[in-house]
Ligand binder design. Structure first.
Ligand SMILES: [Zn+2]
Ligand SMILES: [Zn+2]
Length: 266
């Protein structure tokens, strides 16, 4: 996080110039490592060995995959810009970002990561529901749904307006809770991994997971894959509680999960 501390930018424009390219680069590298890595491992190297774990039998068209990458790269320019605004806000004392690790200790450090996930999950669920209203879906969210059989490359495939909304969680959290840059780094790393998992196209969780006492509260690859194939259902990100509360899980979610995992040991 030394980069974070090094620049003393105080003007918004100055911070944007200093940080947007750095954040953009970090986000592209993270995308290549996580989404690209998952694609390389599961869609290319292990493809023949794990065919029985595929959620949908068919493979998407090459053009669709290239579109996923194109929109994701565009998303990173927006995320980079918004990240630089948060740096500006934090340099000027508008956020609760803290840099001295000892100020809140290790327990709070871990708690802040969990808190971020819980808040982000709610933020995602409700903004996602908003994206599925007729007008916003047609004008904005349709880009993400260009893939009805997504690959890990689709993790950040958003229309620019949706990218702004998605990034909104960052300032919201930084204004509300004390947050260490390293905790932010870890939270966003977890988010990227979970996002790639949601778009993986393969189900690796064990049979019965969605009905398990603990497992049922977590979303699965099948859950988000069905969001892409069936559209108006399964809106959640990390956890399944909002979809349960608002009864937005697809009526065949559990059956589909069981079906997909029925070849688990083969
Ligand atoms: Zn959607
Ligand atoms: Zn998706």
């Amino acid at each position: 996080m030394s980069l974070y501390i090094k620049s003393q930018c105080s003007g918004l424009f100055e911070c944007a110039i200093d940080y947007t390219p750095i954040f953009f680069l970090i986000l592209v590298v993270r995308y290549l490592l996580i989404s690209g890595g998952a694609f390389l491992i599961f869609w290319i190297l292990l493809r023949r060995n794990i065919e029985h774990k595929r959620i949908q039998e068919n493979y998407p068209k090459r053009r669709t995959v290239l579109n996923e990458i194109k929109w994701s790269i565009l998303t990173f320019t927006i995320f980079g810009g918004i990240g630089s605004m948060v740096v500006w806000a934090s340099h000027n004392g508008y956020t609760k970002v803290y840099r001295n690790f000892d100020e809140y200790g290790i327990a709070y450090f871990i708690l802040s990561i969990v808190l971020f996930m819980i808040l982000h999950d709610a933020y995602f669920y409700f903004s996602h529901r908003l994206m599925h209203t007729k007008f916003l879906f047609k004008k904005v969210h349709k880009v993400h749904h260009l893939s009805n059989n997504p690959t890990p490359w689709a993790s950040f495939s958003f229309h620019p307006s949706e990218a702004v909304l998605e990034a909104g969680i960052l300032p919201v959290f930084a204004f509300l809770f004390p947050y260490h840059p390293l905790a932010l780094f870890v939270s966003l790393l977890i988010m990227s991994v979970m996002n790639a998992l949601g778009h993986l196209g393969y189900e690796f969780y064990p049979k019965g997971f969605t009905k398990h006492l603990i497992g049922k509260w977590f979303n699965t690859s099948t859950h988000h894959n069905m969001h892409h194939s069936k559209v108006n259902c399964n809106y959640g990100l990390y956890f399944n509680w909002w979809d349960r509360i608002f009864q937005t899980n697809h009526s065949l979610y559990h059956e589909t999960f069981e079906e997909v995992t029925s070849n688990q040991n083969s």
